[in-house]
Design a protein around this ligand. Structure first.
Ligand code: PRX
Length: 662
């Protein structure tokens, strides 16, 4: 227990002092034992990235048919990797570990909401996966079909994903926090043939009737032939004869033998919908061999992972890419033992995470800055009650981490001894792209430091596309990498337009602004498009606007992301009401309700500003830049292009009135 943990003022002083430290070198003990400690790895990879990635792919995966090809770039930006190789993702994650005698190793230490514990071994996971794969086949699911997965954090979510991979079905996981309407939309876009869900899901002592909600939305969806229901909470749920089946029953009846069929390296592994600039989500498509190579390599080397001794905990949800890559595919491909966490960080109590570290002996923790900021608010005396000495490495993901939070994480959770890897990447990149290597890189709080070996990133001038050596610009990825998205599902043109139209088909436009410092370190600033990042959840302003205007009393809405101490960004909505409807608290609640139903509770606006009119250009485009200025209390930028400059004066009055109410 650290002394600092219990004395808030001393800790505060210590962190203030540490803000002066520019760089944190890897601790000598860590460097000496690290898998990678020689910086020559960067040059080796840069000399021939394709050969280097190919070597990683052979080092970390056991191919059924080894690829003779590395990168096929004959049709940019539709890149292919390891094309003539054959591999099955579920066999890589399960069978080979069991065959090597590690079937008894725990794959997941599952921790349930009410403190339940369940350890699932590799052998058990393989058995369940085989059975469910056969059950899916019995239901008529074939290679290339899309299967939706809408589940809470229970071990069956991994079983469902791996069973799809085993038979070549493409999974489309929807985060459990999305509403059933969002699920329907994603099932419709992807023409899913089956959906795997639960009777109910638990959240902080309450149970949501998930299957019932799904039923209310799924009627009439022609492509959807089957809904598989996992009995997770045991609550009653409606079942439709001929369409709905219970997971437990079909698995019990299924053949336990199910040989894994080798897939083409470029066979689609999954689609994951994410938010872009417009209201309709983008179906990011990842394929098998390149994706597995990317996640296995980054998981192993960014986190210095020793499968025999480490207990790995990625505290994300499987419904986001972080969960796909670092709860399921990366850790299982590497034969790691992971913690899988079902609940909220403050349930049953605010020390639940730290109790879990203590109980499982977790050695590596990978979490989002928003969680860290929450823990800071709750106080260092809570983690100080637990033994966190098993931790040896910490990771951060999902949004920029502010230096103060980084230092708190380092001192209070890491006891000052654990390196921190701040990892920058996206749904599109499949795996980590910019990150320290913990045995090599000197870290700077707030910077994701430099690209992973084999990855080329640049910060370029917005107009010319020329690299900016020092200073701010657009973040670009300059060369193809194995785990990159292959396209947007069924929207090839949108794929090219979104990522490869600005500076050519060879340069991937990330959508983030970044700057480089004198040491060449990257500092990611945030999105340049209309995407907001609320508690690490990616949302498009257009998506939220379209949910708000669906409310019967709303005429128009403009949504912006506003800086927020707790959640990084928060949704702020400027709303114009229809006719002579007057603003009211009821209306405010009604609008939030509408957003919860259409997208999910996490997308509800934190702040609603009633507006008589919105600032628009002469061509009618809403000027969100001005709304951001006004919401954050900054001096207004250029207003000369506004159709009606008086609108801003009115809005300023409105904001001032809001302040008075507080
Ligand atoms: O803006 C960047 C931010 O999250 C975006 C990607 O979001 P998503 O596809 O949901 O994936 C999140 C998990 C990888 C990026 O465009 N972002 C992610 N990691 C970081 C980050 N911003 C700063 N620092 C990071 N480490």
């Amino acid at each position: 227990m650290s002394e600092m943990g219990t004395d808030g003022a001393a800790l505060e002083q210590e962190l203030e002092r540490m803000l002066e430290i520019e760089k944190f070198e890897p601790p000598a003990e860590f460097r000496e034992r690290a898998l990678w400690s020689d910086p020559a790895i960067y040059e080796e990879a840069a000399a021939d990235p394709v050969a280097w990635w190919t070597a990683r792919s052979k080092e970390l995966l056991d191919w059924d048919v080894e690829p003779t090809q590395g990168l096929d770039d004959s049709n940019p930006p539709f890149y292919k990797w390891f094309e003539d190789g054959r591999i099955n993702a579920s066999a890589q994650c399960l069978d080979r570990h069991v065959a090597a005698g590690n079937g008894g190793r725990v794959a997941y230490h599952w921790r349930g909401e009410e403190g339940e514990r369940r350890d699932v071994t590799y052998a058990e996971l393989l058995d369940s996966t085989r059975r469910f794969a056969n059950a899916l086949k019995d239901l008529g699911v074939e290679k290339g079909d899309v299967v939706g997965i809408y589940l809470p954090m229970i071990p069956e979510v991994a079983v469902a994903m791996l069973a799809c991979a085993r038979i070549g079905a493409i999974h489309n996981v929807v985060f459990g926090g999305f509403s059933a309407e969002s699920v329907r939309e994603r099932m419709e876009f992807s023409e899913a043939k089956a959906l795997v869900t639960v009777d109910g899901a638990r959240r902080k002592g309450k149970t949501a009737p998930i299957k019932q909600q799904v039923d209310e939305e799924m009627g009439g969806l022609g492509s959807l032939k089957t809904i598989v229901v996992i009995r997770s909470t045991g609550i009653e749920c409606p079942m439709t004869e001929g369409r709905d089946v219970f997971f437990e029953e079909i698995c019990a009846a299924a053949d336990p033998e199910c040989p894994a069929e080798p897939m083409e390296a470029e066979h689609p592994l999954f689609i994951l919908y994410t938010s872009g600039s417009t209201a309709s989500p983008k179906g990011i498509l990842h394929t098998t061999g390149g994706y597995l190579t990317g996640v296995a390599a980054t998981h192993r080397y960014v986190f210095d992972l020793r499968p025999e001794t480490d207990v790995w905990w990625c505290a994300a949800d499987v419904g986001w890419v972080t969960g796909h890559s670092y709860i399921v595919y990366g850790p299982l491909a590497n034969g790691a033992t992971s913690v899988m966490w079902e609940g909220a960080p403050d349930y049953p109590h605010k020390g639940a995470w730290w109790e879990t570290v203590q109980d499982t002996g977790a050695t590596i923790l990978y979490a989002a800055p928003t969680a860290i900021r929450t823990f800071i608010k709750w106080g260092a005396d809570i983690p100080a009650k637990y033994d966190l000495s098993s931790l040896r490495l910490l990771g951060s993901v999902g949004e920029p981490i502010n230096p103060k939070a980084w230092l708190w994480y380092h001192q209070v959770i890491g006891g000052g001894r654990c390196p921190i890897v701040d990892t920058w990447w996206q749904t599109e990149t499949g795996g980590i792209m910019i990150t320290p290597l913990p045995g090599i890189t000197a870290t700077k709080p707030g910077s994701a430091t430099t690209p992973f070996p084999g990855v080329s990133a640049e910060v370029v001038d917005e107009r010319t596309g020329e690299p900016v050596a020092e200073g701010q610009g657009l973040l670009m990825l300059e060369k193809p990498w194995p785990s990159m998205l292959r396209t947007l599902y069924k929207e090839d043109d949108r794929f090219v337009e979104t990522y490869f139209s600005k500076f050519g088909e060879e340069r991937y436009l990330v959508g983030d602004a970044a700057r480089r410092d004198k040491d060449g370190y990257f500092w990611v600033i945030g999105r340049i498009d209309d995407v907001v990042n609320v508690s690490g959840h990616r949302l498009s302003t257009a998506e939220v606007e379209s949910a708000i205007v669906a409310h019967e009393n709303v005429a128009e809405a403009a949504v912006i992301g506003q800086s927020d101490e707790d959640t990084g960004q928060a949704i702020c909505a400027f709303v114009t009401l229809a006719g002579d409807t007057a603003p009211s608290e009821g209306l405010d609640a009604g609008i939030r309700e509408e957003v919860a139903a259409r997208i999910g509770k996490f997308a509800r606006p934190k702040r609603i500003v009633w507006a008589d009119d919105l600032p628009k250009t002469r061509s009618g485009k809403i000027m969100r830049r001005l709304l951001r200025d006004i919401a954050e209390g900054r001096a207004l930028g250029d207003v000369t292009t506004l159709r009606d400059p008086d609108v801003m004066a009115e809005l300023e009055k409105q904001i001032a009135a809001e302040g008075d109410e507080d």
